[in-house]
Design a protein around this ligand. Structure first.
Ligand code: FES
Length: 136
C-alpha cells in the first residue's frame, strides 16, 4: 500500500492528516480578483477561497495565486489545501475541470461519510471564478 493510502486513526489517510496539519496556501489575498464563500448548512462548516488571476502568453486567464480560509472539519481543511495545490497555475478553464473525485484521489481516499466535505472546496472554487467573471 502506498504511504499516502495508510489510514490514520481508522478514519483518515496519512495524506489527509498531513495536509490538515500543514495546509498549503492558507490565508487571505488582499484585493483578490475573485472570492468564493460556501457553507455546509448541515455541519455549519464555512470556506472562503480567494483567487488572483493573470494572463499567460496565450492570453488565457490563469490562477496566479490562490488562498483559503476554512472553518471546518479535518476533511474540509485538507480538501481546501489540496484544491489550491491542484489549480494554482492552471487556466480558469482547466481549473473548472477539477472534480471532487480528483480531490479525494489526491488525498488517497476519504471515508464515504466525509465525501460531502470535498464538495465544499469544489463549490468554493466555482464561486470564486463566478465572482471573478462577474467583476471583469
Ligand atoms: S463535516 Fe462539514 S465539511 Fe466536513
Amino acid at each position: 500500500m502506498a504511504k499516502n493510502n495508510k489510514i490514520c486513526g481508522g478514519l483518515y489517510t496519512e495524506k489527509v492528516m498531513e495536509t490538515f496539519k500543514n495546509p498549503h496556501n492558507y490565508g487571505r489575498i488582499k484585493n483578490a480578483d475573485g472570492i468564493g464563500k460556501v457553507g455546509n448548512p448541515v455541519c455549519g462548516d464555512v470556506m472562503w477561497l480567494y483567487i488572483k488571476v493573470a494572463q499567460n502568453k496565450k492570453k488565457e486567464d490563469f490562477i496566479k495565486d490562490i488562498k483559503f480560509e476554512t472553518f471546518g472539519c479535518v476533511a474540509a481543511i485538507s480538501t481546501s489545501s489540496i484544491i489550491t495545490d491542484l489549480v494554482k497555475g492552471k487556466t480558469i478553464k482547466d481549473a473548472l475541470k477539477v472534480t471532487k473525485d480528483n480531490i479525494v484521489e489526491s488525498l488517497g481516499g476519504l471515508p464515504k461519510i466525509k465525501y460531502h466535505c470535498s464538495v465544499l472546496a469544489v463549490d468554493a472554487l466555482k464561486e470564486a471564478i463566478k465572482d471573478y467573471n462577474a467583476k471583469k
